[in-house]
Every structure is written in C-alpha cells, then in structure tokens.
Design a binder for this molecule. Structure first.
Ligand code: NDP
Ligand code: GUE
Length: 299
C-alpha cells in the first residue's frame, strides 16, 4: 500500500487565500488592517529564516507586519518594555516572540507578559487553560494546523485512537487537547513511555513531535494509519555541500508503504504553522473589534 501524501503547502496556500479575502473585506468595509508583531532576540539562523517567511506571508495577505529584532544581550526589562508597548498598540492584534531566546531570558515569563488576547502563539496559561476547558481562546498554531489537515482527511475523528509523541506546551499538550475535543481516544507518549513502538502501533492517528530524525519506523505504524510528522531536524545536505536538508521524525520512505496518509517534511505541517499564525492574527483582530470571526480558521 502506498500512502496519500498530504500536501500541507497547498492547504496552507488555500488558507492564506481565505485570509486574504477576509482582510480585504475588513479593510474595505471597516477600515481595519490586522497587524502582527514578531519579536526576535539574538541571531539564530533558523529563526531568521522563519521570521523572514512570516513577514513575507503576513504582508502578502494584506496584513501589517511589525518586525522587532533585538540584540542577543537585551535585558528582560527592555524586552518587557517592548511587549508592553505592543500590548497597548491598537494597530497590533497579534504578538509572537520567536523561540528559542538567549539563555538569560525566560520563555515562560515572556509569554506571560503578552496580553492573552494578542497571544497568537496560544502559549499563555490563559489560552492553554481555555483550550483545556473547551472554551474559546487562541489555539497554538502548529496543533491547529495539524487538526485542520486531519479534519480534511478524516471528517469524523470521533472514537479513533490517536497517539501524540511529545508533551511540550508548544505542541504535544495542545495537540492532545484538540484531538480529545474531537472525541479521539488520546495517548500522549514521551521519553519515558515504556514501549513506544507498541503504543504507536495501536493508533489510527500518529502525530510525532519529538525532534529525532526518522525515529518512527514502518513496523511501528498500523496499516492505513494517518501519520502527521511535526518534527524538524536540519542536517548537512548529503549531496549539496554547504546546503542543509530537513528531516522529519518519521522514516518517510518506509512508513509511506504502510500508512494510509502521511505529511512530508518539508511541505507538510511547517507551512500550516505560518498560515495558522496569520489565521490567529485575523481572529484576534476580529475579536478586538467585536466583528464576526472568519469561518473555518479557528476551532
Ligand atoms: N513544523 C512546525 O511548524 C513545528 C515543528 N516543531 C518541531 O517539532 C519537534 C518537537 O518540538 P517541541 O515540542 O517544541 O520539542 P520539545 O523538545 O519541547 O519536546 C520534545 C518531546 O519529545 C519527547 N521525546 C524526546 N525523546 C523522546 C524519545 N526518545 N521517545 C519519545 N519521546 C521523546 C520529549 O519527552 P519528555 O517530555 O519526556 O522530555 C518531549 O516531550 C521539534 O523537532 C521541532 O523543531 C515544533 C514546532 C513547530
Ligand atoms: N514562538 C514560537 N512559535 C512558533 O510557532 C515557533 C517558534 N517560536 N520557534 C520555532 C518553531 C518552529 N516553527 C516552524 C515554522 C514554520 C516552519 C516551516 O515553514 N517549515 C517548512 C520548511 C522551511 C525551511 O525550509 O526551513 C516546511 O516544513 O515545509 C517550520 C517550523 C515555528 N516555531
């Protein structure tokens, strides 16, 4: 059996088109332009690439993009002063601080400083709590993107066995909450899970977010299962000197012989993350102005 390849890149492009239409209407009918502020502290090469992609896509859908690049030795007080300013700025509807940040800064404290109604990463305790209680908040972008892909592939997720590998606040926990909300039976696996292969073999849906290249093998996967690969590991390109190559957490070639559907890396979950960031910014903007929210862009 050969799996259907889930085209996250195309799906993300569709979402951006929907967003762009809605942004045009907001501007023409209400005179409002959604704005996203991205804060980058220090010079991490991978972060620079992500932030540049976010900026490009934000402006392409007609939103305002505010980029704040701060030096690596920025103090917590200076960073908080910037966040406070963005919290108070009516032109900014979404704020994202790109992680990782330098060691002297505390990611949790940064997230806590961002106004929860502008926390488009969905990482604040308030938004995590709203998700866990089944209330409306802002949902973390990558899990939101994965759920959109899953719902598109499997319209009724109810009763399916789902295994999420990884339990981070950024991904694993909110992903598990979303699947639970869809009435899946959810298992969260992590580094202390006793028999990971056996656990994964039971799953109709496997979501891998560990950061260990090609960890999930073909004999871990039930025939016909849907496999969502979130992990990203960058390695030197085997054939092109000086270039890098991305690997997922799933051994793509062998698993696609067994799975029913699978996301590739790159071109799967990654593009959905940025599309959902834009979706969350639009949602936050509509809520800030008490306007109807766009359909199909939130859960
Ligand atoms: N495509 C995208 O848009 C995004 C991709 N990512 C990628 O997803 C991956 C995970 O990200 P993130 O959640 O932030 O990472 P973290 O490092 O925060 O979490 C990794 C999780 O994997 C678990 N783990 C580690 N080793 C094993 C193992 N041998 N077996 C089972 N579980 C293990 C850890 O368990 P424990 O808790 O016990 O330590 C932890 O819960 C990374 O590769 C990241 O780059 C992340 C966000 C967005
Ligand atoms: N506050 C915060 N929020 C995040 O959401 C966040 C973060 N920090 N830090 C880093 C991780 C990682 N992340 C990705 C975004 C897009 C791609 C993406 O577009 N990937 C492309 C490939 C890009 C490439 O070629 O490098 C793909 O998979 O096809 C990947 C990963 C968001 N993260």
């Amino acid at each position: 059996m050969s799996a259907t390849i889930i085209d996250g890149k195309a799906f993300a492009a569709d979402i951006r088109e929907k967003i762009s239409d809605h942004v045009t209407r907001l501007r023409e009918e209400n005179g409002i332009i959604p704005g996203l502020a991205v804060v980058l502290v220090g010079e991490d090469p991978a972060s620079e690439v992500y932030v540049a992609a976010k900026h490009k896509q934000t402006t392409e859908v007609g939103m305002r993009s505010f980029k704040h690049a701060l030096p690596a030795d920025t103090s917590e007080a200076d960073l908080f002063a910037l966040i406070d300013k963005l919290n108070a700025d009516p032109e900014v509807h979404g704020i994202l601080c790109q992680f990782p940040v330098p060691d002297h800064l505390d990611e949790r404290a940064i997230v806590a400083r961002i106004d929860p109604s502008k926390d488009v990463d969905g990482l604040s305790v308030v938004n995590a709590g709203l998700l866990a209680s089944g209330e409306k908040g802002l949902v973390s972008c990558t899990p939101l993107g994965c759920l959109m892909l899953l719902r598109d592939r499997i319209p009724n997720l109810s009763g399916l066995d789902a295994v999420v590998i990884g339990r981070s606040n950024l991904f694993g926990k909110p992903m598990a909450q979303l699947l639970l909300r869809e009435n899946c039976t959810v298992t969260i696996a992590h580094s202390r899970t006793k028999d990971l292969a056996e656990t994964v073999r039971r799953a109709d849906i496997v979501v891998a977010a560990v950061g260990r290249a090609e960890m999930v093998k073909a004999d871990w996967v039930k025939s016909g299962a849907t496999v969502i690969d979130v992990g990203i590991t960058r390695i030197p390109h085997p054939d092109k000197p000086g270039k890098t190559k991305l690997l997922g957490d799933v051994a793509f070639d062998e698993v696609s012989e067994v799975a029913g559907a699978i996301t590739p890396v790159p071109g799967g979950v990654g593009p959905m993350t940025i599309a959902c960031l834009l979706a969350n910014t639009l949602t936050a903007c509509c809520r800030a102005h008490d306007l109807d929210e766009p359909e199909g862009l939130t859960v």
